[in-house]
Design a protein around this ligand. Structure first.
Ligand code: SF4
Ligand code: SF3
Length: 547
């Protein structure tokens, strides 16, 4: 196997024997094949789309397939193999749609090769035998590390955007034009391009992701209201319990509905924390609080959790035997042997919660505040502008992104603590667990730490930055705002590309840089966007505030 799509990749170079995440070589191979088959489908679907013909099932499959290959989503070899087979069938269907569209338009269909005409044996072993010929390693050897790395960067960004578009689609907010853009990019990736062209395409993926995040923002707020500043209990409440992890608001809403009146308390975990800010979710009294920290602490935390566990998206880790009977997956997330809820009926989760002990007593009351989405922050934009003009607020730090297990992430804790008292911190995504339970106080009645939400709420942060730029009548890059980001998986890559697409410069990124970026690609990014690796908290703060 060869996979270097996430930040914890082995030796910072690539997982070659077994994924550090737990992904085995067969699943890794099937995921590569799944991306390959998506390219084949897209070669037809993009051409059919240009002739005005789309197929909703094909669009949905591409989103789900890409999402399934994101780090820590689907570890189940058999499910991924089934997706490859389904993809091959849909590719035939895409070809038919394309040929019909050509006929209607009086055009001769192109004779497409590569992924469009790939015809492997369809049993598992036959598919696996094909994996080597389409592997990243092979492309590195044939096309060089710069080109293959940039192709992967584009692919990772698209995977991240697919996750957000899929969440929006599940909530009924769709956009055919956006889905067409996914096919166009995958079709583009079926052929070789120069590094410069690929950098352009990476920015296009950033634009696609912006649209995906905008749709998801609309979907979440339409379904559950605008996030409001909300106090969230971070200690247990006596009684039976279910903890819900991942990113899927719809699943949490459904679980809350199904557990109403059953004497079970529901807790958020990881990236579900911002759900407390949504009125449509917070209205359930039995959504009692947030449990634990970021995803990489789950094995210890779930071990200690005396109830049932529901994983709705990434990031699942290999479950310990101690909680294997109490953990469930739903949606696209799967782990071999873990019970999967595929029909929206959470009765098995509820039964497991009732069987478990639950918390024997209340923990000491402790709270944090979430819910500072663009609706709330823009509501006080005038006040923020006034505070900057009066000198009460000197600078805004956006410290956001993924958390992870590797060392070096203490930087983000130390950075947040070193931010001077006259500066505000905006945060989003699961990296916030490095500091979101610390006390930051207030400036003029505004909390110094503003939790904007999940990783997809980078959209909110972009709206806030744009509004401030407008109010100050300056470019976003001239705002008293600095972005210090942490990345782990492909959604963070998508967000980074969105920021590049918007022309945001001077981003600090850590704890390490993506392994797919070669020194020459990095040079391009540094030249164009002045992106830089994190240094030490002291040096970075001095550089930011001294600038
Ligand atoms: Fe390794 Fe990350 Fe790929 Fe998992 S997703 S195999 S940890 S690079
Ligand atoms: Fe975290 Fe997985 Fe990326 Fe949604 S939960 S930010 S790592």
């Amino acid at each position: 196997m060869f996979c270097y799509q996430c930040e914890q990749t082995a030796k910072g170079e690539g997982c070659t024997v077994h994924g550090v995440c737990g992904k085995d070589p067969r699943t890794a191979a099937m995921q590569d094949l799944l991306v390959h088959v998506c390219k084949g489908i897209s070669m037809y679907a993009s051409r059919a789309g240009r002739l005005g013909k789309v197929d909703k099932d094909i669009d949905a499959f591409i989103l789900e397939a890409l999402f399934s290959t994101i780090t820590n989503v689907n570890f189940d070899y058999q499910t991924v193999a089934d997706l490859v087979r389904k993809g091959l069938q849909l590719r035939d269907r895409a070809r038919e749609v394309y040929e019909r569209a050509c006929k209607d338009a009086g055009k001769r269909p192109e004779n497409l090769e590569g992924p469009a005409s790939w015809s492997p044996p369809t049993d598992n072993e036959g598919l696996l035998a094909e994996a080597e010929s389409i592997s990243v390693k092979k492309r590195i050897l044939e096309r060089g590390a710069d080109v293959a790395g940039l192709e992967e960067l584009v692919t990772y960004g698209l995977k991240g955007a697919a996750a957000y578009a899929d969440h929006a689609m599940i909530l009924g907010v769709e956009d055919e034009e956006l889905y067409g853009a996914f096919s166009e990019v995958l079709d583009y990736l079926a052929e070789e391009h120069s590094p410069n062209e690929l950098v352009e395409m990476a920015l296009r993926v950033g634009e696609i992701n912006l649209r995906a995040m905008e749709l998801l923002d609309r979907a979440n707020t339409k379904a559950f209201g605008d996030p409001q500043p909300t106090r969230v209990r971070i200690t247990p409440v006596k009684g039976k319990a279910i903890v819900v992890s991942g990113h899927d608001l719809k699943d949490l809403g459904e679980l809350l509905r199904q557990t109403e009146g059953k004497g079970i308390n529901v807790y958020t975990h990881g990236e579900m924390l911002p759900c407390h800010g949504y009125p449509g979710l917070n209205r359930f009294d039995h959504l009692v609080g947030n449990y634990g920290g970021a995803w990489q602490d789950q094995q210890r935390e779930f071990d200690e959790f005396p109830g049932a566990i529901l994983m709705t998206t990434n990031c699942i880790q290999k479950p310990r035997d101690s909680y294997r009977e109490r953990i469930f997956t739903t949606g696209l997330v799967q782990w071999p042997g873990v019970r999967h809820v595929s029909d929206g009926d959470f009765s098995p989760v509820i039964a497991a919660a009732l069987k478990a002990d639950g918390f024997e007593e209340d923990g000491p009351e402790r709270y944090i505040t979430v819910g500072f989405g663009h609706g709330t922050v823009l509501g006080v934009a005038d006040k923020l502008v006034d505070m900057v003009e009066r000198g009460t607020v000197r600078h805004f730090f956006l410290i956001g992104g993924c958390d992870g297990a590797k060392s070096g992430r203490n930087y983000y804790t130390e950075l947040s603590q070193a931010v001077p008292d006259d500066c505000l911190i905006l945060t989003l995504a699961c990296g916030k667990y490095r500091f979101n339970k610390l006390e930051f106080g207030e400036v003029d009645g505004i909390p110094r730490l503003l939790d904007v939400g999940q990783c997809n709420d980078a959209y909110s942060a972009i709206r806030i930055a744009s509004a401030l730029a407008e109010a100050f009548e300056v470019d976003v890059n001239d705002l008293p705002l600095s972005l210090v980001l942490s990345w782990y998986e492909q959604k963070a890559v998508a967000i980074l590309l969105t920021l590049f697409h918007l022309g945001v410069r001077d981003i600090r990124l850590g704890p390490s840089l993506p392994a797919c970026l070669t020194p020459s690609t990095l040079n391009v990014l540094v030249r164009e966007f002045d992106v830089k690796p994190i240094s030490t908290p002291e040096e970075d703060i001095a550089a930011i505030l001294g600038a």
